[in-house]
Design a protein around this ligand. Structure first.
Ligand SMILES: [Cu+2]
Length: 396
């Protein structure tokens, strides 16, 4: 046991010092070394126990090495995950070094019994001070270098994406259109439309309903559609409503380009499994935002929820969509079905390619509150959205 005297230095209580001398007959220095060895052994045992518990808990090595980073479904997400893993390892190594220095100091450089003098001072050691000023800069530079490498990779674009999707966000839903598709056999589909707008209707309804113009209530602050000429339209479009979650069907294993724009306020396109989100701006050019990004592929089939990640008004939290990643064959069949059946709904097109026609990751917000606020739980299996006993092309 130790206590401080009036001078601030630590000295052992005399009675204990006597007692130890009687029991062990050793010098205080040797006793300190023995207790230090014991502490190190105890810490070592604790660390071994912790690692053992982690390994035995069924947590596989890859998940453990992710250090909490979610598993994404794109190569970009995996690269960001690797950066995170190595950053944590670097931080842990630095942490272990600092902890070791702290424990080394408090174990082997304690105040010596009976000595009340100041320890040797090492201030103004120029090489040491230069060293610990320079080393953090080197660490920051290395982290910065690898961050830029990964960021450039995440933001990289090529001129030949296999699928180009136009995404239009509006209060409070999404419209997805297929501008260009390169089928698996190399044939191309072009669905660009020079005009058309579901938002035009929205604005007009608002005016007739109130019997007068309510420019403030209209989309984009009531500005006319010709001002919003940055909005893009396609022959094949999927528009979400308050009774249906829009499902964006995409192929696995192909480079996909997204061109995002908002018809009114700032939204944000976020698919958690892509580990990527970007603000969806009205007037992207004037707002100096890059409205185009690409993903090099979606690595597995399945349903992935998409959300608006920018507070955009009353029903912001209900502004969900679903990405449905399907095989390339199914995706080709989907586009061909919708091209050949322009009146068919997205749900019918999904059924035609043997996919569950409704979203399985989220539900539309029921404005009538008929469900009493309960969210249905048995939506379906997000990892398997195939319809049973169904053959693609049999009913298309
Ligand atoms: Cu939004």
């Amino acid at each position: 046991m130790w206590h401080g005297n009036s001078g601030g230095a630590m000295v052992p209580i005399p009675s204990e010092r006597e007692g130890v001398k009687l029991a062990h007959g050793g010098r205080p220095g040797a006793r300190r070394a023995r207790s230090a060895t014991r502490t190190i052994k105890q810490v070592g045992a604790l660390v071994a126990l912790g690692i053992g518990a982690l390994l035995l808990s069924g947590c596989d090595a890859r998940t453990a090495m992710r250090f909490g980073w979610p598993a994404g479904v794109t190569p970009e997400a995996e690269k960001m995950g690797d950066l995170w893993t190595w950053s944590v390892i670097a931080a842990l190594l630095m942490g272990i070094l600092v902890w070791a220095l702290i424990f080394w100091t408090i174990t082997f450089h304690r105040a010596k019994a009976g000595k009340d003098e100041f320890p040797r001072q090492t201030a103004y050691n120029v090489p040491l001070e230069l060293g610990y000023t320079a080393i953090p800069f080197v660490i920051i530079a290395v982290l910065f270098y690898f961050t830029v490498i990964v960021q450039n990779d995440v933001e990289s674009k090529t001129s030949d994406p296999k699928v180009v999707v136009d995404v239009t966000a509006f209060q409070w839903n999404w419209k997805f259109g297929y501008r260009n598709v390169e089928f698996t056999d190399g044939a191309r589909y072009n669905g660009f439309e020079s005009s058309g707008s579901p938002f035009e209707l929205q604005a007009r309804n608002m005016r007739t309903e109130h019997g007068e113009e309510h420019p403030v209530l209209g989309p984009a602050g009531g500005r006319d559609d010709d001002i919003r000429n940055y909005l893009k339209f396609n022959q094949i479009e999927t528009v979400g409503s308050s009774s249906e979650i829009p499902i964006l069907v995409l192929p696995t294993g192909k480079r996909i380009e997204f061109d995002i724009a908002s018809a009114d306020v700032i939204h944000s396109f976020w698919v958690p499994e892509f580990l990527f989100k970007r603000d969806v701006m009205p007037f992207p050019k004037q707002n100096h935002s890059d409205s185009v990004f690409q993903i090099s592929s979606i690595d597995r089939e399945g349903a992935f929820v998409g959300r608006c990640a920018e507070m955009c008004g009353t029903f912001h939290s209900m502004m969900n969509f679903e990405v449905r990643a399907v095989s390339q064959q199914k995706f080709d069949a989907y586009i061909k079905y919708r091209e050949g059946n322009p009146q068919a709904t997205n749900a019918q097109a999904l059924e035609a390619i043997c996919e569950v026609p409704k979203s399985v990751t989220t539900v539309p917000f029921d404005t009538r509150r008929a469900t009493g606020g309960d969210t249905p739980t048995n939506l379906g299996d997000a990892n398997n959205t195939n319809l049973q006993n169904c053959t693609v092309g049999a009913n298309g």
